[in-house]
Design a protein around this ligand. Structure first.
Ligand code: NAD
Length: 480
């Protein structure tokens, strides 16, 4: 049995309490590792290590810090296969996805900010003939990075990389459901020669280890990705302490399809947007709105492809969909399938748990599921399900499509499918979401602002936004 340890001050440590939590492989239902059930004492040690490391780390040049991140990125590339298998074992996602998306993107995050920070500049404002202002951007000190289970190493590094690049020292917690690749990253930090205390990884649950990080007075900023309810809890803690807060929360994203779209491209990408990672991506398009003249044709083509999606052992090459992340999550998604039926939805395909043979007999598999006939106002169409369950809705006018799309408390992402350029801009600008894709989905340029509006979050990650978040601006005004 694998025993993960906390990574504090450059060494691997057991939790102070000596208590461990079981970690389950969702494709088999078996416990395959034990992870530290850390508490405030472990967090305290991590914060102290980070505080001690901060003066030297923040004094390094951007280039020197950047080189450590680039080294880490290279080590991820060298360990791609091992990390991909670890991610799939922990999360249940198809190995092909871990290999081509999750792990390469973790490497890119470190490379991007390792190089990017060397180009980071601050502003100067000249008051002609009177004075000149220049802005210094200072690292904050110790910051906390807390990430979810759906894209484990991908989102963990998306936070850690800009935090470290900007000169902060980090106390980080991966999800207790998917801690394995964060542990392997700690091993790579040792190999990269990252100075002790610069990055500290504390494993454990949110209410215990996560909350202790957020409550710690020496933690100056919190970068969090996870559920909206958790975001609210963290905001309540952080607000009276005036901590900087970046919250990337839930989504209920619309795929808005007009009759003039490129049909084949639209069907195949809408399918991917619906079911990639078993629908467990905050950006997944789970409400598919189709202009009425195209509705029947789209529905037929979409359902045909959904039925061909192979749900299978995530370690097997042919599997397009793996296991859901946990039994609790599977149950939650099944409850939403029952709710959709109670709300009067027509089940077009799927809806059932899949029981595999052999090694995956006890895994948490679910058929890709499609409903129609539900109003845009119902719970199924407004609450985040975060699983392989989508709804189809016809619309008659652009206004109606916008009403449906915007009728949710969330505002993370949307995609618009049309050949009409003017309409694409017009609709994109009226969608209440932080990200809009036109004729594509999940095409990411790491320089762009990433995040949501409404209850999908506060602040933006990516590019300069992230480096600004992890620094404090100081303006110096010089009288000429
Ligand atoms: P979660 O909120 O349950 O947990 C996320 C992380 O927060 C975990 O590490 C957890 O241990 C920790 N946590 C839980 N309670 C805490 C507390 N009180 N204090 C501090 N930390 C705490 O979310 P999840 O179930 O792991 O992830 C799924 C959610 O994440 C979905 O809602 C999804 O939409 C969202 N998500 C959002 C984005 C985005 O970029 N907006 C990306 C991925 C996932």
């Amino acid at each position: 049995m694998l025993h993960l340890q906390n990574y504090i001050n450059g060494t691997f440590l057991a939790p102070v309490s000596g208590a461990y939590l079981p970690n389950i492989n969702p494709a088999t239902g078996e416990v395959y590792s034990q992870i530290p059930d850390s508490d405030e004492r472990d967090v305290q040690a991590a914060v102290e290590a980070a505080q001690a490391a901060f003066p030297a780390w923040s004094a390094f040049s951007a280039e020197k810090r950047g080189r450590f991140l680039i080294k880490l990125s290279e080590l991820i590339d060298q360990n791609l296969e091992r990390l991909a298998k670890a991610e799939t074992t922990d999360n249940g996602k198809p190995l092909s996805l871990s290999r081509t998306v999750d792990i390469p993107r973790a490497s890119s995050n470190l490379y991007f900010f390792g190089t990017g920070v060397q180009h980071f500049a601050s502003e100067a404002h000249s008051m002609e003939g009177v004075a000149v202002n220049y802005t210094v951007r200072k690292p904050l000190g110790v910051v906390a990075c807390i990430s979810p289970w759906n894209l484990p190493l991908y989102l963990f590094t998306w936070k850690i990389a800009p935090a470290l690049a900007a000169g902060n020292c980090v106390v980080a917690k991966p999800s207790e459901i998917t801690p394995y690749t964060a542990h392997l990253l700690a091993e790579l930090c040792v190999e990269a020669g990252l100075p002790a205390g610069v990055l500290n990884i504390v494993h454990g649950t949110g209410p215990k280890a996560g909350a202790a990080m957020c409550e710690h007075p020496e933690v100056k900023a919190i970068s969090f990705t996870g559920g909206t309810q958790t975001g609210k809890t963290i905001a309540r803690t952080a607000a009276p302490m005036f901590k900087k807060l970046s919250l990337e929360l839930g989504g209920k994203n619309a795929t808005v399809i007009f009759a003039d779209c490129d049909f084949e491209k639209t069907v195949s990408t809408a399918l991917q947007a619906a079911f990639a990672n078993q629908g467990q991506i905050c950006l997944c398009g789970s409400r598919i709105l189709v202009e009425r003249p195209l509705y029947d044709r789209f529905k037929a083509a979409f359902l045909e492809r959904v039925k061909n999606l192979t749900v299978g052992d995530p370690m097997e090459e042919g599997s397009r969909m793996g296991a859901l992340v946990s039994e609790v999550h599977l149950q939650k998604v099944q409850n939403y399938i029952a709710l959709a039926q109670e709300e009067g939805g027509t089940l077009l395909t799927g809806g059932e748990r899949v029981y595999m043979k052999g090694r995956c007999a006890n895994g948490y598999f679910l058929q890709p599921t499609v409903f129609e006939g539900l109003p845009h106002t119902c719970r199924t169409n407004t609450e985040e399900i975060f699983g392989p369950v989508v709804t189809l809705m016809p619309f008659d006018t652009e206004e109606e499509a916008l009403t449906y799309a915007n009728y949710t408390q969330y505002g993370l992402a949307a995609s618009v499918w049309t050949q009409d350029l003017t309409r694409a801009h017009r609709v994109a600008h009226q969608l209440q979401s932080g990200i809009v894709w036109v004729n594509t989905w999940l095409l990411r340029d790491l320089r762009t602002p990433f995040g949501g509006t409404k209850q999908s979050g506060v602040g933006r990650e990516g590019g300069w936004e992230a480096l600004r978040f992890f620094t404090d601006p100081q303006n110096v005004c010089i009288k000429l």
